[in-house]
Write a protein that binds this ligand. Structure first.
Ligand SMILES: Cc1cc2nc3c(=O)[nH]c(=O)nc-3n(C[C@H](O)[C@H](O)[C@H](O)COP(=O)(O)O)c2cc1C
Length: 361
């Protein structure tokens, strides 16, 4: 393998660490010796009953930012040539690389330890220096926005938790998400995607009940409800534990704005980790209400009302300006120690997502 090929392989490994909805990892990478083509795999990308092109552009941004960071330590400068639209079988972006002396991006090491943390946090506040560093990032991504709120009054955010919970009462949505739950060690090992039950805060007993529910339906569902009520699987966020809530915004239907927002999110997430803060996306309300602007969604009316009123709450609390829409909401706070072993999500092996075309360069 040439040294250039080895560099690209390491860069792709870093790109694959980027977060994806439900850990679906919907990317394929092809390197022909000159260009790295990144394509979206719609079959894997079905995060919800409403898979949407805009979500793919946003997530592509997280991959691009990871590639930029990882390229710095390889002394390569990437250049991204995005497609105009998402077309089946066509790359979303082609990347070329120039040899160039570069300073290592300090966030490179954080790529490998970044994760979603669904535990209770240990507080913190907006006075932490990292929030100033985040504000300083914003001019780099002029087509996207990021708004922070110290969430001092937890009760001001009850609307968000309520709407988040309501979205799971819409069966097609709940089914679309829970099918990515990995409930046995074998499932976790063989798929290396989805959400291992421990990453959701579920113990062995709860995972077995969830498995029963998947196989047998209602009785196990009832038992699971009881267990959830008395275990930490019940929704535990009331935001008293956070340092801040954040909202990433986009200009709707604009691929450039969406991918810049993904880049901004990725850098923010890594920066927070580098300062010892944990991070959890809470995106259902923002994403589903974003889709409602298209009017032809299958979201039922009772949920649409709830979501639109929660979206108005987000716009108001975060002070989102007209023309920008909330797309991605998260909570962050001082990390409650390292993640327990086995609770991290895995990634599929490199050969499942990456192909080097033979006989080229
Ligand atoms: C666009 C997007 C939306 C997400 N939404 C949620 C969410 O609403 N709740 C949540 O707990 N995790 C959410 N996640 C986190 C993913 O489940 C997580 O990134 C994935 O399982 C990989 O795990 P990792 O982040 O630990 O590497 C989201 C991630 C992305 C990229």
């Amino acid at each position: 393998m040439s040294s250039r090929d080895a560099k690209i392989e390491r860069i792709v490994e870093a790109a694959l660490r980027a977060p994806t909805p439900e850990n679906s990892q919907p990317w394929t990478f092809t390197w022909d010796g000159e260009q790295l083509c990144i394509s979206f795999d719609p079959a894997r990308g079905q995060m919800a009953p409403l898979p949407h092109e805009d979500d793919a552009w946003f997530c592509l941004g997280t991959v691009q930012e990871s590639i930029s960071i990882a390229s710095s330590v390889e002394n390569l400068e990437p250049r991204f040539l995005p497609a105009r639209a998402l077309r089946a079988g066509q790359p979303m972006v082609r990347v070329t690389f120039q040899d160039e002396e570069r300073i290592d991006d300090p966030l490179h090491a954080v790529i490998w330890r970044r994760c979603t943390d669904r535990r209770e946090f240990r507080g913190g506040g907006m006075e932490l220096p990292v929030f100033r560093e985040i504000q300083a990032l914003l001019p780099r991504y002029p087509e996207a926005g990021l708004y922070l709120n110290g969430a001092e009054r937890a009760e001001d955010w009850a609307f968000l938790i309520q709407a988040e919970n309501q979205s799971f009462e819409w069966p097609p949505f709940a089914r679309a998400i829970t099918r990515w739950f990995r409930l046995t060690e074998k499932e976790i090992r063989t798929t290396r995607d989805g959400l291992p039950y421990r990453s959701l805060g579920a113990g062995l007993l709860t995972s077995r009940l969830m498995l029963l529910q998947r196989r047998m339906g209602r009785l196990a569902g009832y038992l699971l409800g009881l267990v959830a009520r008395f275990s930490n699987l019940a929704p535990f966020y009331d935001f008293r534990d956070v340092a801040a809530l954040g909202c990433v915004t986009v200009t709707p239907r604009d691929a450039r704005s969406l991918s810049q927002a993904g880049r901004l999110l990725m850098r923010t997430w890594l920066l927070l980790h580098s300062h010892g803060l944990a991070f959890q996306p809470l995106t259902n309300v923002a994403f589903l209400s974003y889709l409602l602007r298209e009017r032809d969604t299958q979201i039922p009316d009772w949920l649409a009302q709830e979501l639109l009123s929660a979206q108005a709450g987000l716009i108001d609390r975060f002070g989102v300006p007209a023309g920008q829409w909330p797309f991605f909401v998260f909570r962050t706070g001082i990390a409650p120690g390292g993640l327990p072993p086995d609770s991290r999500t895995l990634r599929r092996e490199l050969h499942c997502s990456y192909r080097k075309l033979q006989g080229e360069a």
